[in-house]
Design a protein around this ligand. Structure first.
Ligand code: PLP
Length: 430
C-alpha cells in the first residue's frame, strides 16, 4: 500500500515511511491510495471471529507486505489484549466502552499499535526515533504507556505544569525507561507550539529522527476503525440500522469509522457529537469551514478549534458536500446540557458516563428524533474516573478507582522542567 500527501506536493511513500515521518515533507497528512472493500462473507460471519482476527483482516491492506503476517498478527494480539463491550441501554441506544485499556482512554489502541509497528521497523536498525508529543492530558498517558519499553524509540512528552489532573500527571511521569516527561511552565498551546517548532527546525531534524504520535500519524489513526467492527459484531443479530455517535475533537475516530464503512461495514449514519467547539457542526450547516480558537469545556479532550483530521474526511468524500451531509450529521452541546446528560444516564440507566460519552449520548438522542428506527451506538471514549471532579459533582456519588488508576497513584513523579524552546532543543540534542 502506498500513501500520498493530502497537500499533493510530496512523493508517495510506503506505510513504514509514513509511520516514521508522521507528517509528509510538504506538511500534508498521509492518506491511503486505495481502500478495497472486504468480501460480504467477512461481515456475514463477523460474529464468529475473534477481535484480533477481525482487526487483522481489516488492517492488512493498509500495511501491505511491509510487516509479515505472523508479526502483524502478534502486533494486533498485543494491541487488543482487553475488552470492547457494548452496553445496551434500550432498543434505540447502546454504548461501546473504549476505556478498558491500560490508561483507560480510547487512544490506547492507536498508541499501542503505532508503538509496535515502529518497534518492528526498528528491530534490525540502529537508528533511534524520538516521538515528540504535546498533551493536554489524555494523549500523553496513552502514548507513554503504549511506547514503554519499545526498542529504539524514545518518547518525549510535553505537558503544561499544573494544568493536567493528578491522575493524568502520574500516568505521564511515573513510567521511566524510554519515556521522559517535560513539564512546561505554560499552557497546552505553549507545549503544542514548541512541538510544531521542533518539526520545522532543520538543525534539529537533521540531527535526530522525530515523529509525532497524534492521530495525524496513520498508525494511530487507522486502527480506530476496529471499534466500529467490534460494536457491529455484538449488535448485528439484533438491529438492522446501526448508526454511531462519536464524541469528536480532532475527528480521527469518526474518520476511521468512515474507513470501516468504505471497507463494507454496514453503518447507516455517523453523528459527530461536539461540545461548544462546533466548527464542523457549523460547516455542515453552512458549507463554510471556519476554524476558530478553542474554548475550554468539561469534555476537554474535544476542545479543538481546527480538527486536524477533517481534511481526511473531505478526501473520503471527494469534497462532495452533499454526499458527506447524507452520511454525517453533527450537533454541538453546552456544558450544562452535558451535565444534564450525565445525570439522566445515571438516573435512567444506572450507568456512569464520562463527559465525552455524555456528549455522544446527546448526539445519539438528537439523531433519533430524525431517524427513530435506528439503533445508535455512542462511543464511551474515557473512563469516568478520569474526569472525577465533574462526574462526582453531577451524580453525587463516590466512584471507585479502577486498578489501572490505583496502580499509578502512589508512584513517584519524575519530570524535567523546561521554560522555552531552547530548553527543549538542548534536551533533544543531548
Ligand atoms: C481524543 C479524545 C476524543 C476525541 O477524539 P478525536 O479522534 O480527536 O475526534 C474524545 N474523547 C476522549 C476522551 C479523547 O481522549
Amino acid at each position: 500500500m502506498k500513501y500520498y500527501s493530502l497537500n499533493k506536493e510530496a512523493p508517495n511513500t510506503t506505510f513504514e515511511d509514513a509511520v516514521v515521518r508522521g507528517l509528509a515533507p510538504d506538511k500534508g497528512l498521509y492518506f491511503p491510495e486505495k481502500i478495497t472493500p472486504l468480501p460480504d462473507s467477512f461481515f456475514q460471519s463477523i460474529n464468529k471471529k475473534s477481535n484480533p482476527e477481525i482487526a487483522y483482516e481489516a488492517i492488512k491492506q493498509f500495511v501491505g507486505h511491509e510487516i509479515p503476517e505472523t508479526d502483524l498478527k502478534s502486533i494486533i494480539e498485543e494491541t487488543l489484549c482487553f475488552d470492547f463491550p457494548v452496553i445496551e441501554f434500550n432498543e434505540s441506544v447502546s454504548t461501546l466502552e473504549l476505556f478498558h485499556g491500560p490508561t483507560m482512554a480510547f487512544k490506547d489502541v492507536g498508541a499501542r499499535f503505532m508503538a509496535r509497528c515502529l518497534g518492528y521497523f526498528n528491530k534490525n536498525n540502529s537508528r533511534n526515533i524520538t516521538v515528540l508529543v504535546a498533551t493536554s492530558g489524555d494523549t500523553g498517558g496513552a502514548v507513554a504507556n503504549g511506547f514503554l519499553g519499545v526498542k529504539g524509540v524514545n518518547v518525549v512528552i510535553l505537558y503544561p505544569s499544573g494544568k493536567v489532573s493528578d491522575i493524568q500527571e502520574k500516568q505521564l511521569t511515573t513510567l521511566g525507561q524510554n519515556i521522559t516527561a517535560l513539564e512546561v511552565d505554560g499552557v497546552f498551546d505553549d507545549c503544542q507550539d514548541m512541538v510544531k517548532q521542533a518539526f520545522v527546525d532543520d538543525s534539529l531534524t537533521s540531527a535526530i529522527q522525530l515523529t509525532s504520535a497524534n492521530s495525524i500519524n496513520i498508525a494511530r489513526w487507522l486502527p480506530q476503525l476496529f471499534y466500529f467492527m467490534f460494536a457491529y459484531k455484538q449488535l448485528k443479530s439484533k438491529y438492522k440500522n446501526i448508526s454511531f455517535s462519536v464524541p469528536s475533537g480532532n475527528f480521527g475516530n469518526v474518520c476511521a469509522g468512515m474507513v470501516a464503512q468504505k471497507l463494507g461495514l454496514p453503518i447507516r449514519h455517523f453523528i459527530a457529537s461536539n461540545n461548544e467547539n462546533n466548527v464542523v457542526t457549523n460547516y455542515l450547516k453552512t458549507n463554510t469551514y471556519l476554524p476558530k480558537a478553542s474554548v475550554q469545556t468539561i469534555s476537554n479532550a474535544m476542545d479543538v478549534g481546527n480538527p486536524s483530521n477533517f481534511i481526511r474526511i473531505k478526501e473520503l468524500y471527494d469534497s462532495d458536500f452533499k454526499a458527506l451531509k447524507k452520511n454525517l450529521s453533527s450537533y454541538s452541546f453546552s456544558d450544562n446540557k452535558t451535565r444534564e446528560a450525565l445525570s439522566e444516564i445515571y438516573l435512567s440507566y444506572n450507568y456512569i458516563a464520562d463527559p465525552h460519552g455524555a456528549v455522544g449520548y446527546l448526539g445519539a438522542k438528537e439523531h433519533l428524533k430524525h431517524k427513530p428506527d435506528d439503533h445508535v451506538v455512542f462511543l464511551e471514549t474515557a473512563h469516568p474516573t478520569k474526569f472525577l471532579d465533574v462526574v462526582e459533582d453531577v451524580i453525587n456519588i463516590k466512584v471507585d478507582l479502577p486498578e489501572q488508576i490505583k496502580s499509578v497513584i502512589d508512584k513517584e513523579k519524575k519530570s524535567i522542567k523546561i521554560l522555552d524552546y531552547n530548553d527543549l532543543k538542548t534536551f533533544l540534542l543531548d
